[in-house]
Design a protein around this ligand. Structure first.
Ligand code: ADP
Ligand code: MG
Length: 755
């Protein structure tokens, strides 16, 4: 990367050149661009138009039809602000020869003085008719073409260039940046300049074999055409990012992500693991413990796991399954395979109370068969802890159940063979890889160092690293209760093999889900009372903890007081929220579990909760405020027993269209995978995960919903590139691709250690 080298406009731009050296940018604007994640020329050139306007064939006003979306170029005639009783409206009349078109903007005060008569403007919007039957466009997007007062426009050549970039062609429209300071027009000129100064030596990092198979155009052509499409390009393909130029750039981005993930998988597999034996004796042992007939999905998933375990390379598998899909028994079956082979198993849960729950079910199911199970959690008394640790170290304990602290504390296993992580929540590949980086390589030297760092939080998968006495890498099975769509799973969990439990065990009474306006809350409370009197328990969930001045949202604390004093003075009401300290939380949960609390007022902290099969009713207030996956996760707290369960989604006030779709989906289906798909569609990948830190790689040009098929292809091609000596690709090309991939991962994701 050029450091202090000042580039003049004559020097060519490399993709890695910082944007400040692109002609027309400079250090101050570079800072603005940085807020959009645009740091290098490469980033700038991948800042794609979100829309294109056909200004090659702009429409004549005379031919416009109500209802259509249209681009037109016209001359400003008059403009002004009208104050109506309800709001100020800005009106501008544009003309072509003798025809005219009215454009209006509600609350358009900000447009005063913007248009000058005689200016040419490009307009884009939906054509409709006003009350008197005249054509108009309401709130059109507009661009003033060649505003004479504009900076730099004094040079005649500049003006000509600007004009040619704005009319007489298909024109890219970019999102503005810096609070509107960097306009779409600005991006257009800057990106054009960057493309013109781009180095001619732009090599293609994608191996020729892949390029040919996928029919990809070369990078330079793709970059040019994605910004400046040929006149003949299909507008529809452009708008849907399906031109050859788009496909090339999207494929490239996904290909190098998948290449990194594939390499990671292969590296993990190349480590020495344990080849467990799965003979009739072991099969018999598994059969003996099964309290019921496994579902088809459970059988399939166990086959996948068992086949991994038989291989000499370490298993790294993710088991996805909705709450209640029966993951526990699958985990126990896997545990038996390891134990019957003479190894120990660690099962880790995210909270103490969940660890305890696993402990109880493990004892119920496994203890009769003679397996020795211990629970190791932070709250155990010191002596007890010591004793348990000794059991583990001497190999007396077969199955060790605990919280994630199992990997943080220096627990010594005699012979650890399988680690099962019950994650409940999503834990993305980026987090996993970052944590792995933190814990260093799995070589012996680092292990000693690691041991001394004690409480440092480590990834689940590094349990073996933290444990110097195991020669071979134990198998790892990660379980998650939040189903995610396959396209996301492929990237987020791209370093793991995937299994899905997509079938519920038989005999479930589906949860009845109803939407109710909060005007009918009294009926709802009456219903809750009836259920409780009949011996059941209820959750009542609120979106916030404390009420604030501005917000009218009902808050958990206030509603707790209300419930215990006025609504259910005769029932035992409890309160649970995230600001309680962990001990208090555990305590409340325990009381609820024991049935000593019958109505639990709570925030979403119960999302990751315990099994209380007696809880058959859940009321969610302000349900419109919750994300779809979150609602589904919450609902998973009920419907765990034989009794019929009810989920009541209360809503207050006006609900957005998207909110309606979420609530409808909740009422329509209980299938977590379907819900996840819809949630992803409604919110997009970024929000689906809440934050970037949730472990999603952030994409420059790809969109996981739109580009699923390209993603699958990228994954397949990445695997084929690393596919071994007989593939039709030279080592040199592979090396170049890997080198490019590492650079990308380093720049884009801040990860150095991939590959
Ligand atoms: P989760 O996937 O949420 O961990 P669990 O493993 O706790 O689900 O299973 C939920 C309930 O379903 C448990 O009570 C379990 O005993 C029961 N269950 C699991 N598999 C079956 C099956 N094949 N047939 C009948 N009941 C099953
Ligand atoms: Mg479970």
């Amino acid at each position: 990367m050029p450091r202090s080298v000042l580039l003049t406009s004559l020097q060519m731009l490399e993709l890695t050149t910082p944007v400040q050296y692109v002609k027309g940018i400079g250090p101050r604007l570079a800072e603005v661009l940085a807020t959009k994640g645009i740091l290098t020329t490469d980033d700038l050139l991948h800042y794609l138009p979100f829309r294109y306007e056909d200004r090659l064939n702009p429409r004549a006003i005379a031919q416009l039809r109500p209802g259509e979306m249209a681009t037109l170029i016209a001359e400003v005639r008059t403009s002004g602000l009208f104050r109506t009783r309800r709001m100020p409206i800005f009106e501008m009349t544009a003309g072509q020869g003798r025809t005219r078109l009215k454009c209006i903007w509600f609350n358009g005060t900000y447009l005063q003085g913007k248009f000058k008569p005689g200016q040419m403007v490009a307009l884009y919007g939906k054509v409709d008719v006003d009350r008197s039957g005249e054509l108009q466009i309401v709130q059109p997007q507009f661009e003033i073409l060649g505003d004479p007062g504009e900076e730099g426009a004094s040079e005649a050549t500049e003006q000509k260039l600007a004009a040619s970039l704005e009319v007489g062609r298909i024109v890219p429209i970019y999102g503005a940046a810096g609070q509107g300071r960097l306009t779409s027009r600005w991006f257009r000129r800057i990106i054009h300049a960057a493309l013109e100064n781009l180095t001619p030596n732009l090599s293609d990092p994608i191996p020729a074999m892949v390029r040919n198979r996928m029919g990809l155009i070369c990078p330079r052509e793709a970059l040019w055409k994605v910004h400046w499409p040929d006149p003949g390009e299909s507008l529809q393909e452009l708008q849907s990012s399906r031109t050859p130029a788009h496909s090339r750039l999207i494929f490239e981005e996904l290909f190098f992500i998948e290449l990194g993930l594939e390499l990671k998988r292969r590296e993990q597999k190349a480590e020495t693991g344990i080849a467990f034996r799965l003979d009739d004796r072991v099969r018999g042992a598994i059969k003996k413990i099964l309290p019921f007939h496994p579902t088809t999905a459970q059988k399939r998933v166990l086959r996948e796991i068992a086949s991994d375990m038989e291989k000499p390379s370490p298993m790294r598998r993710l088991l996805q399954g909705d709450v209640g899909s029966g993951k526990t028994i699958v985990a126990f079956e896997a545990a038996i395979i390891a134990i019957e082979n003479g190894y120990q198993v660690a099962l880790m849960a995210p909270t103490e109370i969940l660890a305890q729950q696993h402990y109880f079910s493990a004892r119920q199911i496994l203890e009769n068969a003679g397996y020795r199970i211990v629970l190791l959690t932070g709250s155990l008394e010191q002596d007890r802890k010591q004793k348990v640790r000794r059991h583990i170290a001497q190999g007396n304990a077969h199955l060790v159940i605990g919280t994630h602290a199992l990997i943080e504390e220096k627990v010594e296993f005699a012979k650890l063979g399988l680690v099962i992580v019950d994650e409940q929540h999503r834990f993305g590949v980026m987090q996993r890889l970052k944590l792995m980086k933190k814990s260093g390589d799995a070589d012996a030297d680092n292990r000693t160092a690691l041991e001394s760092t004690g409480g440092d939080s480590r990834p689940h998968t590094s349990l073996a690293d933290a444990h110097p006495y195991t020669a071979a890498e134990p198998d790892v099975l990660v379980m998650t209760a939040t189903p995610i769509p396959r396209s996301l799973a492929l990237t987020i969990y791209g370093d793991l093999d995937l299994s899905a439990l997509d079938e519920m065990p038989p005999g479930r009474t589906p949860i009845v889900t109803r939407r109710v306006s909060d005007e009918r809350s009294e009926e709802v409370w009456e219903f809750v009372r009836k259920q409780v009197v009949a011996g059941h328990q209820a959750y009542i969930v609120y979106p916030v903890i404390e009420e604030s001045e501005e917000s009218e949202l009902k808050a958990a604390i206030k509603m707790y007081k209300e419930m215990s004093k006025h609504i259910f003075p005769d029932l035992r009401v409890g309160l649970l929220h995230g600001r309680l300290d962990p001990d208090e939380k555990e305590n409340v949960m325990k009381l609820f579990q024991k049935g000593e609390i019958s109505v639990l007022v709570s925030t979403t902290v119960i999302e990751v909760g315990v099994d209380v099969s007696n809880a058959t009713i859940m009321v969610v207030e302000h349900a419109e405020r919750f994300g779809l996956s979150q609602l589904h996760q919450l609902r998973g707290r009920i419907g765990r027993g034989a009794a019929k369960s009810y989920c009541i989604l209360m809503t207050g006030g006006k609900i957005s269209e998207e909110g309606q779709r979420r609530l409808d989906a909740m009422a329509r289906t209980n299938d977590g995978f379907q819900i996840a798909e819809l949630d992803l569609e409604l919110r997009g990948p970024g929000e689906f995960f809440g934050t970037r830190q949730a472990g999603m790689p952030s994409f420059q040009v790809a969109n996981l919903i739109r580009d699923r098929q390209i993603l699958e292809a990228a994954k397949r091609e990445a695997a084929s590139v690393l596919g071994g000596p007989n593939s039709e690709i030279s080592q040199q090309e592979i090396n170049r691709a890997l080198c490019h991939m590492r650079t990308r991962w380093q720049y884009t994701y801040g990860l150095v250690e991939v590959g």
